[in-house]
Design a protein around this ligand. Structure first.
Ligand SMILES: *[C@@H]1O[C@H](CO)[C@@H](O)[C@H](O)[C@H]1NC(C)=O
Ligand SMILES: *[C@@H]1O[C@H](CO)[C@@H](O)[C@H](O)[C@H]1NC(C)=O
Length: 131
């Protein structure tokens, strides 16, 4: 009797893993939405809060990684500064606080979902430190 129920359990487990194996065949996709704001004319001031926005109109039905992260780039390099993390990529916006960084027009954001998308270059000012 024990064997029978173990066999049944094993069959159930095999069934589970088979359907888990089958799920990658479902439409699942890489989603890398383009950033809409900030754009090229944007000027942010240190300490302000702003909604970063991105286009979710081309989101696939199933997303491989639905969690987003936004990092700051400076002079074409991604910095360790995380502006937002662990939000739903389908929200299309997330509020961030402008960090205290040197004044420059060489900033970009990178929005990570499955992969990263860069914003245009924009300006952060207000630190009083020019670079
Ligand atoms: C961000 O967007 C939300 C929803 O539209 C709004 O309630 C909030 O005030 C906005 N934040 C800023 C800093 O504009
Ligand atoms: C960043 O890359 C752009 C485009 O390739 C280039 O025009 C610009 O000079 C670069 N900026 C720096 C600081 O390297």
């Amino acid at each position: 009797m024990k064997f029978t129920s173990l066999a049944a359990l094993a069959a159930a487990l095999v069934g589970t893993s088979l359907s888990a194996l089958a799920s990658p065949l479902m439409p699942r996709d890489v989603f890398v939405p383009p950033i809409l704001y900030p754009h090229a004319d944007t000027v942010w001031t240190v300490g302000q809060r702003h909604n970063v926005t991105w286009d979710t109109s081309n989101a696939p039905k199933q997303i491989t990684n639905g969690k987003g992260m936004i990092m700051l780039r400076f002079e074409n390099l991604t910095t360790p500064v995380i502006l937002a993390n662990n939000f739903n990529i389908l929200l299309g916006r997330i509020e961030v606080t402008v960090p205290t960084v040197v004044d420059s027009s060489e900033y970009q954001l990178v929005l990570f979902g499955d992969s990263g998308n860069f914003s245009p270059f924009f300006t952060i000012q207000g630190s009083g430190v020019d670079f």
